[in-house]
Design a protein around this ligand. Structure first.
Ligand SMILES: [Zn+2]
Length: 398
């Protein structure tokens, strides 16, 4: 197995440095830098984290160590031949830090009726030009190798959060078979030098890392089966997929609290596509290390700010002359400089700066929250932090 070939020089290293209950603070060393965990990863769908410049992501204010790219979007536009010709995704977008790409499976899944799933893969209609496209484990691995991301996700099938048992069981079986095919195609790509992001990295192989995804909707025994089958294939990290897709929040946490502590302790655990700041803190308490979510960026563009006292809707008339920053406890550039009154004005006037400033603050809030989480785990104060964080959020400012 090619895995053994990489064993002496792995794709990444993960070390837990402190633990408080199930919560872990660790260090994930990738070929493109060191990432302290738990970590939040801003989502850069089409090669851009919407409404924010890369300089801001790198600034001390945000200091995002890793961002996401979406395979589905980049594959359809501008296409992998273009990205390959431009030297891979890092060079194409001008970002030297770590990148994680999803497999495209979730985007295709979210197309709903426009797709057809077979054992071989998924056929669907492109949202860009209406053409028929085919995505499979092999195609997804090929695209992600061409993108040269530092962490690659296996191609999986996502059952809806409220899916019935039999439907979910079939979906988990398919996901396991696709995980094995992903692994084989991935290893072949690494051997063939298809990875455009390969770099010399001290102590590391310089190759891409590959994460497996655990599915099973809300059925815990299917989640356990999926976990077992995924670990059997063997990956550099493990993700919980198929949550925050329409199920009740209590169901989501039933799955996370049961599943996360069972996942391999020596590998990073990644909860995909979740969630609000309070969701992140709760998931950390259950042993999750990595997160991504569109909430801070998407909600920033629709006038919603996340603050330590809950969500704040900038459109609200009560802020018309309010001289306070979005969040009085936030020290980001936006909160140091601008008032709610001004941000409200920008939003109502349809100025693009409203999206830019709200996105900046929201990302700062998510990344700061994770910084505080890490500190509190290291100092043994995480339960206290968690309690106070939740209490403050409940004292909603609006
Ligand atoms: Zn702020």
């Amino acid at each position: 197995m090619t895995q053994d070939l990489f064993a002496s020089s792995p794709a990444l290293r993960f070390e837990i440095q402190a633990q408080d209950g199930n919560a872990r603070a660790g260090v994930l060393t990738t070929r493109r830098g060191v990432i302290e965990t738990p970590v939040f990863m801003p989502v850069g769908t089409a090669g851009t984290v919407k409404a924010i410049r890369f300089e801001e992501l790198e600034s001390g204010d945000l200091d995002a160590k890793i961002i996401l790219g979406n395979t589905y979007h980049l594959w359809l536009r501008p296409g992998i031949e273009t990205i390959k010709a431009c030297g891979g995704l890092h060079r194409f977008i001008g970002w030297d830090r770590a990148l994680l790409t999803d497999s495209g499976g979730f985007q295709v899944w979210s197309l709903g009726a426009l797709r057809k799933i077979t054992e071989e893969g998924t056929e669907f209609r492109s949202h860009v030009d209406g053409s028929m496209q085919f995505l499979s484990p092999e195609v997804s691995m090929e695209v992600q190798a061409a993108l040269g991301s530092d962490i690659v996700m296996v191609f999986d099938e996502c059952a809806p959060g409220n899916a019935a048992y039999e439907e979910t069981e079939k979906s988990v079986g398919l996901t396991s078979r696709w995980a094995r095919r992903s692994r084989m195609a991935f290893d072949r790509m690494q051997m063939n030098g298809a990875d455009t992001g390969h770099i010399e990295a001290p102590g590391l192989s310089g190759r891409q890392a590959l994460f497996g995804i655990i599915q099973g909707a809300s059925h815990l025994d299917l989640r356990h089966m999926s976990l077992e089958q995924t670990v059997e294939v063997g990956f550099d990290g493990y993700a919980i997929g198929g949550l925050s897709v329409g199920e009740e929040k209590s169901v989501m946490f039933d799955v996370i609290s049961d599943l996360a502590p069972r996942m391999p302790a020596d590998k990073p655990r990644y909860l995909m596509g979740v969630g609000t700041p309070e969701d992140l803190v709760e998931a950390v308490a259950n042993g999750v290390d990595m997160f991504d979510c569109v909430l801070p960026t998407r909600n920033g563009r629709t006038g919603q700010a996340f603050t330590c006292r809950g969500k704040l809707n900038i459109k609200n008339a009560r802020w018309v002359r309010d001289q306070r920053p979005l969040d009085e406890d936030c020290r980001c550039m936006v909160c140091r400089r601008h008032t709610r009154a001004y941000l409200r004005h920008l939003y109502l006037a349809g100025e693009m700066l409203a999206s830019i400033l709200l996105t900046h603050h929201n990302l700062a809030f998510f990344l700061d929250t994770m910084r505080s989480v890490r500190q509190s785990i290291r100092s043994g104060d995480f339960p206290k932090f968690r309690r106070e964080f939740t209490e403050r959020l409940d004292a909603n400012g609006e």
